[in-house]
Design a protein. Sequence first.
Lengths: 358, 244
Amino acid sequence: MAEILLIKGNEALAEGAIRGGCRFYAGYPITPQSEILEWMGKRQAEVGGVFVQGESEIASVNMVYAARALGVRSLTSSSGPGFTLKQEGIAYWVSAEIPGVIACVQRYGIGDGFIGAGQDNYWQAIKGGGNGDYHLITLAPNSVQENMDMAYESFELAEKWRHPVLILSDATIGQMIEPCEVRPYKEYDKDQLDWAVKGTPIGQPNKIVSDVTYIEPIDEWNEYYLNKCRKIIETEQRWESIHVNDAEICLLAYGISSRIAEGAVRKAREEGIKLGLIRPITLWPFPKKAFSELKNCKALVTVEMNMMGQFREDVILYSGNKYPTYAITTAYKVPKIDDIIAFAKKIIAGEIEPEEVF
Amino acid sequence: MARKTAKKAPVIMKCENMFCAGCGHSIFDRILGEVLTEMNIIQDTIICSDIGCNHQFQYSMAVDVVMPPHGKMGAALTAMKRVRPNKYCLTIAGDGGAYAIGLGETMSAATRDENVTFFVMNNTCYGMTGGQLAPTTQIGQWSSSTPRGRSIEEHGRDFDVVKVMKNLDIAYLARTTITSPSEIDKTKKAVRKALEKQRDGKGFSLVEVLVPCPTNWGMSPVKAMEHIKNELVPRYEMGEIIDK
Ligand SMILES: Cc1ncc(C[n+]2csc(CCOP(=O)(O)OP(=O)(O)O)c2C)c(N)n1
Ligand code: SF4
């Protein structure tokens, strides 16, 4: 029988990574993700992996670059300003096609910000973050179990595309404790990838893992890269739909907000209000296919923990701007079910306009 | 009488290098290539490239390479050595990379005494970007971003790795140059020794090599060598400083 642990979200993420074959971790302490670092400090030694507490987020992200370049499944994690410091390094992962995995446990605020939950890293996480044309394959867990499962599969997903994967969690998911089914250990041989650097004898072609700038004919590489991104967009969209077909008002939310939004859908339905929910599981690629399930929709409403409705912008973009699109933005406060329902009622009554929310 | 001919390039050198005429990087790469070949460790070596003129070793040397962002070799080497402890993990670094943008990572690798090797090319300027001020630019020296010469008041003091690392618990620290066959020989010995320290698990090793950048110094290759001999060597502590 599968082992069930009562465990924190951050710990589940770290354990999921370990079980998924992660044998190198580097990170730097920052609340609310430090449990990932601490768990790795204990567990890597137990499974024969390597744990390094880097001298900074910049060092840590580049350690992961190098460990992954040498073939080892590798993870780093951070939050807020630490995630910001990693952006340069992540851009190099993309350019060098390093299938590294990073977890960002979002905390709220600009600059140093606060240590509690937020969802205001959306723009930074989804729109690139570093320089150049890229998005990261972004998974958005909304439970402790998903923290475990997404970390568990993230390495294969990254390797499949030779493209980094971001697990965009948040302080609430990271800190809460839920029962979680533990996955079996995956075997992974660090020598199995032909592109990984291991040392080459004279007479065989040597390997260079480097930013694309220095090695590839750029036009060909660009074409290859764009095609890869197109294929990711086509094949990796994931979402969950709850009462979407007949929804008059469809909520869109990811992460912790989607848990509340789901509660709002169920409660509203008891009152006869036809609410539905599209919950993106991948934020990039954005699951735009989900919109084809809408049949009677009159309005879209995002529920998100920031001030400016960052996620709403993408909902407008990917839905083709076909619906009035509102945002319930709660900054550092976790949204409330009754507030969402009250907001929906106001839309039905024609009392609010979907103008910019800030 | 047998005529003296140039020694054949070691097998690791797969083609001519791409540096400017008289560039010190080309001489250093040849030295390193000879040592790796003579020690028979090419297949066990992974070079962590910096970004700078120095990175062009990649085009002429048949050896595996990982290139992180500019200056981040201290972090990358730490990870490389730990996940593949049987490999020789080393960098050919610029003085801008190792001592300015990457100083934190360089020092952290050194203070942790990671079992990795730094070869730092001190050409007293940023070569690749056009000869701007580097931490190693000498007081009074012209650079393209200090056109009136470096002054302590305006630009701060210069950086001397020996002063900084002298008291660290590391395995090997040396400063050499390449201005004559005998100096090249000393450099080669230091390169070999640094790699032997790594082989023996002794810890962090760093060899700084004073090299010319004739292009940005605005000098002929011969003048640039004389400049090192007459202007730089007298200001620096040379030779083996730490040898554990
Ligand atoms: C983050 C970042 N900043 C700046 C640069 C531009 N840049 C490329 S090489 C270089 C300096 C090179 O000087 P040095 O490290 O001394 O090496 P050299 O060219 O002399 O070998 C700089 C600043 C860069 N590539 N990345
Ligand atoms: S600019 Fe200077 S450091 Fe760069 S290749 Fe030319 S001589 Fe060498």
